[in-house]
Design a protein around this ligand. Structure first.
Ligand SMILES: Nc1ncnc2c1ncn2[C@@H]1O[C@H](COP(=O)(O)OP(=O)(O)OP(=O)(O)O)[C@@H](O)[C@H]1O
Ligand SMILES: [Mg+2]
Length: 158
């Protein structure tokens, strides 16, 4: 399985458990795909960290999973891959260069980036873009996937 198994479109996540369940679904999709860039967008408190935390847990991260709110990035070394969880809400554009991101090539690293728009051009392009928006008591999730560049065509969101 790969991210190709995730369909673009809209879903309703009724509660935090539904957000977590989608995180677990992503972990299954990523079982045979080590590297990917996932953008997690949405307002403060939309559920980005909830989703990332459950995905990390399902990929095998043990122990405390801290929100990268202040540290900007939390790297994880798993037996099969490297994962980078970022929250760029507080980043100054110039700081991105100092995070040592060259050590995390997107082909071999799973990037989970909250507030990717704050990082500007220094943030790699999304293979999967997730937008969470408040909807009543729950959240609306907008999923946009990009076909892999292997197709030879210029990659487009579908
Ligand atoms: N689908 C949902 N329906 C209702 N509440 C949810 C849903 N998903 C997550 N939440 C709740 O939203 C709250 C905020 O979640 P979270 O910290 O993940 O937000 P965030 O998007 O990471 O915010 P920030 O931008 O501050 O990093 C949590 O209390 C979480 O339980
Ligand atoms: Mg967060």
């Amino acid at each position: 399985m790969s991210l190709a198994s995730i369909r673009s479109g809209e879903r309703f996540l009724a509660d935090a458990e539904a957000t977590a369940a989608f995180g677990r679904e992503l972990a299954v999709a990523l079982r045979e795909q080590r590297g990917a860039v996932i953008h997690l967008r949405g307002t403060l408190g939309a559920g980005k960290t909830t989703l990332a935390r459950e995905l990390l847990r399902a990929l095998g991260v043990t122990g405390t999973i801290r929100s990268p709110t202040y540290t900007l990035m939390e790297p994880y070394e798993l037996p099969d891959r490297r994962v980078l969880h970022m929250d760029l809400y507080r980043i100054e554009a110039s700081d991105l260069d100092q995070l040592g991101l060259d050590d995390y090539p997107p082909e071999e690293t799973l990037w989970l980036v909250e507030w990717p728009e704050k990082g500007g051009a220094g943030v790699p392009r999304a293979d999967l873009d997730l937008l969470l928006e408040p909807a009543g008591e729950g959240r609306k999730l907008q999923i946009s996937t990009r076909s892999p560049p292997a197709s030879g065509n210029s990659p487009d969101f579908t």
